[in-house]
Design a protein around this ligand. Sequence first.
Ligand code: HEM
Length: 367
Amino acid sequence: MQIYTYAHLQGVLGSCDVEGMATLLNILNKNSPFIIGAKTAATNATLIGNFCNIRNRSGPRFKSTGKIIMTAATIHLAKKENGKDLQDFQKVYNAIAKKLRDDKEYDDHTGYGPVLVRLSWHSSGTYDKRDNSGGSYGGTFRFKKEANDPLSKGLKNATDFLKPIFDEFPWISHGDLYTLGGVTSIQEMQGPKIPWRPGRVDTDESTTPDNGRLPEPYGDAHWVRNYYDRFGFNDQEVVALLGAHILGRTHLKNSGFDGPWDDDPDIFSNQFYANLLNEDWKFEKNDAGNMQYDSKKGFMMLPTDYALRQDPKYLTYVKKYANDQDAFFEDFKNVYVKLLENGITFEKSSPTYVFKTLKEQKEFKKS
Ligand code: HEM
């Protein structure tokens, strides 16, 4: 049974007095089977709403009952996986990493790493800080509405890749698997270690966010800044996050954009920033009629990528990361963890796992 603590309510009930919190905790803990996940959002809202109304009658102890009702409706509490520990999740990591190693020929020998990273991003990229909806928690990318978002074309390759992993480890939630797929891929493609926390819970189909929350690639810096404000990311975090566009490529058949960002699309590095600064870019129409930036070496940039070079505030970080891979790795790690965990409340005691790469484990070292 889930026990709620003050930590769970902090941030959610910022203006609630201590006595009020204690009473609410009592209610939550007595009724905890009804409070887990967005599945029972309506129940949560009613319960907490009733409570707030009662308290408000005896004095304005909360700044805004409405806000509390709305926020409480989407508390996403990480659930402890019964009996599962680092070793169990390392086994899942290893299964993904071994399959990455075995299926190397996908997409002109790039392998599945980039498309798995993109899946981890799209399954988290529906987050909206205003009502704590969307995000990786409910694993709703498994439902047609989300998977068929036109902006996610091509990601079926990633969910198909993960299917046998899910069959082997049926106890893992979809949200945990989609995010762990990205973490594994980044580490196996020579990227930074990504500390990862389990506990996402599959929520039902009704919690699937509508299409329209993922970004179109046409916007300028102002648009990009405004878009990522929905996640709570600042300029530095946006620039660090978009460095993931060193991986993989754009495909005409998926997005109507064409070409890779670099000629090492399966190695995670800071080269995205160096290319952005140093290549001679031409803004031209591709075969699908979309405008993109192309370089003589055959690399490309989306308009949203190029915006990082055009905006003076973004440019400062582009230069910093182009010159300092360690700084990029550190900042990317931090913002990527934020992306994958947005909207989830973890208990203070919940464990953080850092996985060993296959190379670091003797038994999997390649001969
Ligand atoms: C303004 C934000 C973003 C826009 C507009 C955008 C747009 C795109 C587009 C159009 C593609 C090509 C898809 C295809 O044709 O197959 C793509 C690929 C990709 N994106 Fe993004 N993206 C954004 C942010 C991100 C973020 C935050 C990440 C990860 C942290 C990411 C990771 C990737 C990866 C790894 C690929 C390559 C996938 C593959 O090779 O199949 N993107 N993105």
